[in-house]
Design a protein around this ligand. Structure first.
Ligand SMILES: [Zn+2]
Length: 107
């Protein structure tokens, strides 16, 4: 059964996106074996890293946490990229390479 990594709601087989959180579901809930290797407030950026890691054969999960401790600032969210503990070093290498090859225009 797929789960939403954010609100931890369990969905029926075949559902891919949590309609509440608008993020991809994961096959199972994240446990202690998963380690945060990257955080961002840009979902597309974390999603891109996840796709890159997965195409390199590294399992990755996205965890999104809305920060509700600042009322009035809207949807301030921290999105975390997690990989299994055994993949941390190679995942960090990939992320470093990506960040180095990306021209930084300050956006
Ligand atoms: Zn959700």
């Amino acid at each position: 059964m797929p789960f939403c990594p954010n609100c931890r709601y369990e969905y029926k087989e075949g559902i891919k996106i949590c309609p509440d959180c608008n993020i991809p579901l994961v096959p199972e809930l994240i446990d202690e074996e998963w380690v945060i290797v990257y955080t961002s407030d840009q979902l597309y950026e974390v999603q891109m890293l996840k796709d890159t890691l997965e195409s390199a054969g590294i399992d990755a999960n996205i965890l999104s946490q809305k920060d509700s401790s600042f009322p009035g600032t809207g949807d301030l969210a921290v999105i975390k990229l997690l990989v299994k503990s055994e993949d941390v070093s190679s995942a960090v290498d990939y992320i470093k390479q990506l960040n180095n090859s990306k021209p930084d225009n300050g956006e």
